[in-house]
Design a protein around this ligand. Sequence first.
Ligand SMILES: [Ca+2]
Ligand SMILES: [Ca+2]
Length: 350
Amino acid sequence: MSLRTYDRLTAALALLTALTACTGEEEVGSTSDTASGGGSASATSDAASTSDASDGATSTSAAATGGASDSASTSAASTTTDSGGETTAAPGTTTTGAETTGTSATAATAATTRGCEVDCDLPLLEFDGQDDRVTVAEHAAIDAIGLGPFTFEAWVRGVEDEQNAHPQIMSNRLQHAVGFTFGFHNQWGGSAHKIPYVQLGGINWIDYPGQPHLLDGAWHHFVARRDGTALTYFADGVEVITLNLPEVYSLTSDHPLWIGHDFGNLGSTAFDGVLAEVRLWSVARSDAEIAANMDVVLSGDEPGLLGSWRLRAGDGQIAADQTDAADGVLGTTVDADAEDPQWVAGDPPF
Ligand SMILES: [Ca+2]
Ligand SMILES: [Ca+2]
């Protein structure tokens, strides 16, 4: 480990410790070091697992891959009570043999001005941050992913100060630890902004404190990709971080897919703003594929594409799926209801 990397780790740990003391968050993680692999490992690992009562889940850091030669072993377990009053024992997690860079990558978030090139006059779908959602009842394709690879992606435009604690882009959670969420976690662990993340296995997989700022009122693109136990986040086509998870968690849930809200935590997950081009893949898209297609309209028959909801269809109650497999409806039913997001005019992401 370079001295510079060690200094960064030390500084990050000091910051985390200070924040933990200030906020009263319970640090329940335990730490052990294991040195393995090539290179001059003199591991410093800081483990922190903080119970987040507002979300009902355990937020944990995972070791980032690439770069340095250190090996960190982190274990954490906690019990939390979620918003529904259920006490849930979050699974203990163990991450071993993973390398850590000691630096939290901050992705470029330069996409502040985008010019429309296609379908510029089609409306956008705006969510009210109260109860709006798109419901995709047909979720067999998601269940079929199970333990397999996936790529989630979406364009988002929202303002951080107007959001609930944990605004979600996409979720199929039936309850805590059943299904997934894909969206934003409230600031935590020293993060400056809400944290783009996924929850799998009831655990919020995040890294801190360096985070991209994707809720600044401009359009931004967020991707979560799983390839084996590697979970990688991309912001505006640039990798933010790869987390090495201790196991592969299933996506399967009996709940419909929701876009813009999460059934597992209704009170604090409604997204406020505009969502577009929400895509679900049963493959781990390559870095190049992600970057090259993020601002391209798909045909709908791309290999591995399970669902692609452009959310640009028109003024009706249907959120069309480009694959024709799983059209969504606005709100709860095809009738007008309080959960319907609204079609609005405005500049699309591309
Ligand atoms: Ca409706
Ligand atoms: Ca509403």
